[in-house]
Design a protein around this ligand. Structure first.
Ligand code: COA
Length: 193
């Protein structure tokens, strides 16, 4: 089983697990996009915008990758490799008879509407649908008014499966969500102990 974290590159974007050296860029990304991302995120404590928390998270994300619990990557524009422009997180991996996870993502305000998140997810989804993760299903949920997110998921082939009232506590409010998922047509059977 490969324990090497992936580096995924498309024509315009690069996706990878962060290193400690990336922490200042991560903090800059979240600080400069605070107002834009706030409505889509849990209420963040002040430490979220400071380096010590991210140094811990960088280490945690590597361990979660190693244990196949999650794949959390940051998005860099290849023309500006030192700047974080977004995040792509495959969280809550459930193995065994489930083989599914929850997908979350966000992109810098200045980079909206250029197809960059689509390019990133078109790299990341085939990766988690292959070994070592070999996921069978990715779940992704969005607030009904979040048209960019709904449109992105539709273009990627996710299908709507339901509607959950008061599903997530975001920015201090329980928000309804449209539930969608994508299943893996090339999933490889394995034995479950
Ligand atoms: C959701 C989010 C990631 C979508 O970002 P995005 O840039 O709209 O997504 P895409 O990469 O799919 O880009 C699609 C748009 O780029 C346009 N585009 C421009 N050039 C393009 C190209 N070369 N290729 C593809 N699309 C291109 C498309 O026409 C489309 O615009 P439209 O929606 O006005 O038709 C972003 O809005 C975001 O970060 N929102 C805040 C956080 C959030 O909502 N997170 C998800 C919670 S569920």
């Amino acid at each position: 089983m490969s324990n090497e974290p992936p580096i995924l590159e498309g024509p315009r974007v690069r996706l990878c697990l962060a290193l400690p050296d990336d922490v200042p860029a991560i903090v800059r990304y979240y600080t400069s996009n605070k107002a834009f991302l706030e409505p889509f995120d849990p209420t963040r404590p002040p430490e979220f915008y400071q380096e010590p928390l991210w140094l811990e998270r960088v280490a945690r994300d590597r361990e979660d990758f190693r244990q196949r619990r999650a794949l959390r990557m940051f998005l860099f524009e290849r023309s500006h490799p030192e700047t974080v422009i977004g995040s792509v997180n495959f969280n809550d991996v459930v193995a065994g008879v489930a083989c599914f996870c929850n997908l979350g993502y966000g992109l810098a305000e200045a980079k909206q509407g250029a197809g960059l998140m689509r390019e990133a997810l078109e790299l990341a989804i085939p990766y988690v649908f292959s070994r070592p993760f070999n996921l069978h299903r990715i779940q992704a949920n969005y607030m009904p008014h979040n048209r960019p997110s709904g449109g992105l998921l539709r273009r990627l082939g996710f299908t709507v499966e339901g509607y959950a009232r008061d599903y997530l506590l975001l920015n201090g409010r329980w928000e309804d969500h449209v539930l969608t998922s994508l299943t893996n047509p090339n999933w490889q059977p394995h034995y479950t102990t």
